[in-house]
Design a protein around this ligand. Structure first.
Ligand SMILES: [Zn+2]
Length: 170
């Protein structure tokens, strides 16, 4: 029995990728696109996390995503550090057939970070497991060979931070 551990950061949310907003520099309402770059700004007691959006003319706008409290001793304080080191989806694809060949029996995926609350399990897995179609994934969810937090789930279940997806390979 061999297990395979993965940690995913789901930072892409189709519904939040584009938004219409007034651009100060363009002087009108334009389309802003999420660059998927996240930035932390430390300001005294708080750490602010921003998503960086750009309009067509490359003007930036930072959307505040969350605020963390800082604890002087044991928390890393980010100083406008760009989080470019978050892996992209392409780099985190799960190679089902390769893992089967290696004799892996169970894959467990921890959702470390997630932005948005609209990430369905079936769609997320289909995006990241190119070897399996969405209907094959739905079938496995119904077979109970895909579990969330050790419990059965529905294909429409939305993923949350700290969820653990367990996939049994057959
Ligand atoms: Zn602009």
């Amino acid at each position: 029995m061999q297990d395979f551990q993965l940690y995913w950061n789901i930072v892409r949310d189709e519904a939040e990728e584009i938004l219409y907003k007034h651009c100060k520099n363009c002087g009108k309402t334009v389309v802003f696109k999420d660059t998927l770059i996240r930035r932390h700004n430390a300001n005294g007691k708080n750490i602010y996390r921003y998503a960086i959006y750009k309009c067509e003319k490359d003007h930036t706008w930072n959307q505040k995503l969350s605020v963390y409290k800082t604890y002087t001793d044991h928390v890393k304080v980010y100083d406008t550090k760009e989080e470019k080191d978050l892996p992209k989806i392409e780099e985190m694809n799960l190679e089902w057939n390769k893992l089967m060949d290696k004799g892996i029996c169970t894959i467990s995926i921890t959702i470390q970070n997630i932005i948005g609350n609209k990430h369905r399990i079936d769609k997320t897995l289909a995006e990241r497991i190119p070897d399996l179609s969405r209907s094959q994934i739905v079938q496995r969810i119904r077979d109970h060979s895909i579990l969330v937090n050790r419990e059965t789930c529905k294909p429409s279940q939305t993923l949350m931070k700290d969820d653990i997806i367990t996939i049994k390979l057959k």
